[in-house]
Design a protein around this ligand. Structure first.
Ligand SMILES: [Zn+2]
Length: 319
């Protein structure tokens, strides 16, 4: 039955696009080896495996650069789809990559170079500090943030997310100060959340695309043009020295156009010699799309048919 439903949904695909070329680009961050109560929304290896199996069966997965070139020269196949990952989490190499290989699905990994080899993103520092907490509550009143319940797994998860929301939009140095203060309550935090250089190098050698994602993952729109260019350029150079390959694809950190990045950053990307860039604006791309601001989306549904239906529905949204 499931198979018939899936097949029916997939069969509407060409009707939805009326024969026009449309490119779906998926965005993932982490693929957890197993369920983590601190990250209930993140996809697990088992779920990712199921999704990739469906994609391999009903879609035409392509490397991102090839797909964009074919979109421009009019040779993109029906049901074209690309898989991308942002940030450079270690589970991308250890959990996601073997699954992608199994299903023969190409991918681009956008890596923030400054976190390689033992670094940690600020939101993970908050999550791991709260996880680490042994008491029933964590007082962050001295940091101007209030007191947070940490007695149960559920409470810890909720508290971490509340703290993240509270400090997310602060200026970067102010937020970093808060995070440093929060982390002082933890006894030892993990330093193996992100990939190391050798993993990036190995994947690149095996034909996986590595893309730029700046050094420290700042919101570009909050930086001076000079600082933004330096973040993008240095991230590119560091990845090129690790992979010994040209880095030609870029993902804007956070990625909402007009909010997280501005037209001036698109110009920087072009100037630095990137061949394409992706945002986090939901939808798909067609031959009129700006290849320096390609849409991406995450089909979050857990059921097979819903997942496929979401992919089909998304094909209607071209910006
Ligand atoms: Zn990112």
């Amino acid at each position: 039955m499931q198979h018939i439903i899936n097949k029916t949904i997939a069969s509407v695909l060409p009707l939805v696009t009326l024969g026009e070329q449309r490119l779906s680009i998926l965005i993932f961050h982490r693929v957890l080896a197993s369920y983590d109560f601190m990250r209930p929304g993140e996809i697990t290896a088992k779920e990712f495996d199921q999704k990739m199996q469906l994609i391999a069966k009903y879609f035409t997965p392509l490397p991102l650069l090839e797909a964009v070139e074919r979109l421009k020269n009019g040779t993109l196949p029906q049901r074209a789809i690309c898989v991308t990952f942002d940030d450079g989490y270690r589970d991308n190499a250890e959990v996601a990559y073997p699954i992608l290989k199994k299903h023969n699905i190409p991918a681009t990994f956008f890596v923030a170079s400054g976190f390689l080899d033992g670094g940690r993103m600020w939101n993970d520092t908050v999550i791991e500090t709260v996880r680490n907490c042994q008491d029933k509550e964590l007082s962050l009143i001295d940091l101007g943030l209030g007191t947070f319940l940490t007695g149960t797994e559920q409470a810890k998860e909720k508290s971490a997310q509340t703290i993240i929301q509270q400090i997310k939009h602060l200026p970067q140095n102010e937020r970093d100060q808060k995070v440093a203060g929060i982390s002082s309550y933890a006894k030892g935090l993990p330093n193996d959340l992100m990939m190391d250089s050798v993993q990036v190098k190995n994947m690149a050698e095996q034909g996986v695309s590595i893309g730029g994602h700046t050094v420290t993952h700042p919101i570009l729109a909050t930086l001076t043009a000079k600082k933004a260019e330096q973040e993008i350029r240095q991230g590119k150079q560091e990845l090129e020295s690790i992979t010994q390959q040209a880095i030609t694809e870029f993902a804007y950190p956070n990625g909402k156009p007009g909010q997280d990045y501005l037209p001036e950053h698109v110009d920087i990307i072009k100037k630095l010699g990137f061949k394409l860039a992706v945002s986090t604006q939901w939808g798909v791309s067609n031959s009129n799309s700006d290849i320096y601001q390609l849409n991406r989306f995450t089909p979050w549904d857990k059921g097979e048919s819903k997942f496929l239906a979401r992919l089909v529905n998304n094909l209607r949204h071209v910006s």
